[in-house]
Design a protein around this ligand. Structure first.
Ligand code: FES
Length: 111
C-alpha cells in the first residue's frame, strides 16, 4: 500500500525563510516553505494570480510575496492578502524526527 505521507527530506535542508520544490508523481510541483520561526508550510507552487512560482518568492512572517507581481500569499491558507483575491491549494505537512512529510493524497488532489 502506498504510504499516506511522502518523506521529502530533512527540515534543515530547506533554507530559513526559503523554500524547496518537490515534484509529485502524477501531481503538480509542491513548494515547501520554512519560515524564520521554523514553521513549515506546503502549497502548490503556483500563484493564484498568474501562476508565478511562489517558491522563488520572499518569505516574511507566515506569508510569501510572489516574485512576478508581488501579491502576498498567506502560507497557512494559500489565500491572497489585502485587496487581491485568489487561493492556492495547500498541502498538509508535518515534521517527524527532523524530517518533512507532506500529505500524498492532498498533493495529488491539489494538482
Ligand atoms: S503571478 Fe503572482 S502576483 Fe502575479
Amino acid at each position: 500500500m502506498t504510504p499516506d505521507w511522502l518523506d521529502i527530506g530533512r527540515l534543515d535542508e530547506i533554507p530559513v525563510r526559503g523554500a524547496r520544490t518537490v515534484p509529485v508523481a502524477g501531481g503538480e510541483e509542491i513548494a515547501v516553505f520554512r519560515t524564520g520561526d521554523d514553521r513549515v508550510f506546503a502549497l502548490v507552487n503556483r500563484c493564484p494570480h498568474k501562476k508565478g512560482p511562489l517558491s522563488q518568492g520572499i518569505v516574511h512572517g507566515h506569508s510569501v510575496t510572489c516574485p512576478l507581481h508581488n501579491w502576498n500569499i498567506a502560507l497557512a491558507t494559500g489565500e491572497a492578502q489585502g485587496e487581491d483575491r485568489g487561493c492556492t491549494p495547500t498541502v498538509p505537512v508535518r515534521i517527524v524526527s527532523g524530517r518533512v512529510l507532506i500529505g500524498r493524497a492532498a498533493a495529488l488532489a491539489a494538482a
